[in-house]
Structures are given as structure tokens and as C-alpha cells.
Ligand binder design. Structure first.
Ligand SMILES: [Zn+2]
Length: 282
């Protein structure tokens, strides 16, 4: 099946731009759900890993080009590439295919600062990490930035200075606090639980709505089943509450749902049938 990668929402154009497919431990992705249950929806490889798309979102408005998340990016070591079974970074090649170079991106939004979402923020030049998108302002929640730059024993492995500090050094960082409109019709919405400073991105244009959920619901099944949260979540019960309210909002607005990691369902819409909520492909 060929998936549609570009679509219009009101007056904006949305493109899914993949950095590739990586593979992550199924237990980490499905949290407390036993393998006997999650393997009915996710096939794993011999090392228990399940496929994870790295779908970044490119948003074209009349005046701005906005990139949401940057995948694992180009700086991984061969060992890390083996661990995550991701041979290369595809983000810049896929952007180029759409006709965009790094200098064409005006704004980068990071939903949070785990390496599969912000690894492409920076690129090595002469062995030194510098912002990949030289003209972009990078938008991050202040809480997330604080947590990423003050990691604890549990988060140290996932917050990497090389993805973050060059943005501050080059004065390309914009920290926001809570809900904030970035440009007309595009706003960052705090959706905490996966991390304290996790945010999603809502796009509203000409009466249509979409939301890029990120790790609040990495796969469609995470939105369908409230108890399914990743093992990384720092506040899983908060994720559950947030999902409940986002589901209500999505049903009310018939919103287009964008799943960053789902290898089968990148876009969807919620349907309520006989009291159960499911994601229909859109
Ligand atoms: Zn992720």
C-alpha cells in the first residue's frame, strides 16, 4: 500500500517527512501491556524490537515553513545504528525530494528532547555539532529544556547535549511556557506524561483541525487504549488523562490525527462505535 505523504488541511499543506524506520524494544513501547497482548498488533523481530516510523511533519503555510521534530538525525554511532536498526538518516534527503533545503526551514518545533525526536536538530561540521537548519528558530517547552539540561539517573541516557546546546550557543533557541501560538493557526499544546514538558502541535485552518501527537500516542493503538503508555513515561497516569481529553477534542473537531511512530497508520481519525473509540485510517 502506498501511503499518501502530503495532504492539504484548510490553507496549509502537511507533509510527512520520514527520517527512516528504527526498531525499539517492544516492552519499552507498550509499557505494562504483556507481550502476549501487544504482539497481536505489533510484530517484533528476533530481538523483541518493533518497527517505529520516524515521521517528522513539515507544515507549509502562506509565509512559513515549519518542521516538527527531526528524527534520530545523522550523528549516531555505528553501534547506535545497530541497536536501533536504523541504517542512515533520511530526513534531509526526503526534504530535498520535496524541494526544501536546510536553509528553507523557518521554525523547528521539538515536541520533546528524546533523541529520536531531536537528533536531527544538529549536524557535525568538522566534528562539532551545529544547528542543521541555519535560519530556523527552534521552539521547545521551557520545562523540557530544563529537564533535558538537568537529567537524572533515569533520563540521562536519552537527553544528549549535542542535540541541544548548539541551538543555545547560536541563539536559535526559543523557550515557551505552556500553550502558545507559533504562527497563525499553529499552536504548541502541552501534553505532559511522557515527559513533564512534552507538547503536541495543533494545526487549525479554515475550519479543519489536525494534531501531531508525538509520544503521547506514538502508535494509533496508544490512543485507542488509554492504559497503553510507553515504559519511558515519567507520569503514565497523566498521559492517560491527557489522552482522554485529546480524544474528546479530536471527536468534537473530527481532527486529523498524525502518529509519529506508527509504521502502518500515520494519519487517522477517531470514530466512536458502541462506546469504544478506534482510529480509522484517513
Ligand atoms: Zn519517540
Amino acid at each position: 500500500m502506498t501511503q499518501q505523504r502530503t495532504r492539504r488541511l484548510g490553507n496549509v499543506v502537511l507533509h510527512l517527512v520520514s527520517d527512516g524506520i528504527c526498531w525499539m524494544d517492544g516492552g519499552a513501547i507498550f509499557g505494562v501491556v504483556p507481550k502476549a497482548i501487544w504482539q497481536r498488533v505489533a510484530e517484533c523481530d528476533p530481538q523483541n524490537r518493533v518497527p517505529m516510523e520516524l515521521n517528522c511533519l513539515l507544515i507549509e503555510t502562506c509565509d512559513e515553513v515549519i518542521l516538527v521534530n527531526t528524527g534520530f538525525g545523522p550523528k549516531m554511532s555505528p553501534k547506535e545504528r545497530e541497536i536501533y536498526r536504523v541504517p542512515e538518516s533520511r530526513l534531509l534527503a526526503n526534504l530535498a525530494e520535496l524541494g526544501f533545503g536546510p536553509e528553507d526551514i523557518h521554525i523547528v518545533i521539538n515536541t520533546h528532547l528524546h533523541p529520536d525526536h531531536c537528533g536531527g536538530n544538529t549536524t557535525l561540521v568538522d566534528g562539532k555539532p551545529v544547528p542543521t537548519f541555519p535560519k530556523a528558530t527552534y521552539v521547545v517547552q521551557e520545562q523540557e529544556w530544563h529537564d533535558a539540561t538537568h537529567p537524572n539517573e533515569r533520563t540521562r541516557a536519552v537527553y544528549l547535549a549535542e542535540n541541544l546546546l548548539p541551538l543555545e550557543e547560536r541563539q536559535q533557541l526559543r523557550l515557551i511556557r505552556g500553550e502558545e501560538h507559533i504562527v497563525e493557526g499553529i499552536r504548541c499544546l502541552p501534553t505532559p506524561g511522557h515527559t513533564f514538558g512534552h507538547q503536541s502541535v495543533v494545526i487549525e485552518s479554515a475550519g479543519e483541525a489536525a494534531i501531531y501527537l508525538s509520544d503521547m500516542a506514538p502508535w494509533a493503538v496508544h490512543l485507542e487504549r488509554l492504559a497503553w503508555t510507553t515504559a519511558f513515561d515519567v507520569q503514565p497516569l497523566q498521559t492517560v488523562d491527557v489522552k482522554r481529553s485529546i480524544r474528546q477534542w479530536a471527536l468534537r473537531n473530527d481532527a486529523l490525527l498524525i502518529f509519529e511512530h506508527d509504521p502502518r497508520v500515520p494519519w487517522g481519525r477517531l470514530r466512536e462505535e458502541a462506546g469504544a473509540v478506534r482510529v480509522a485510517e484517513a
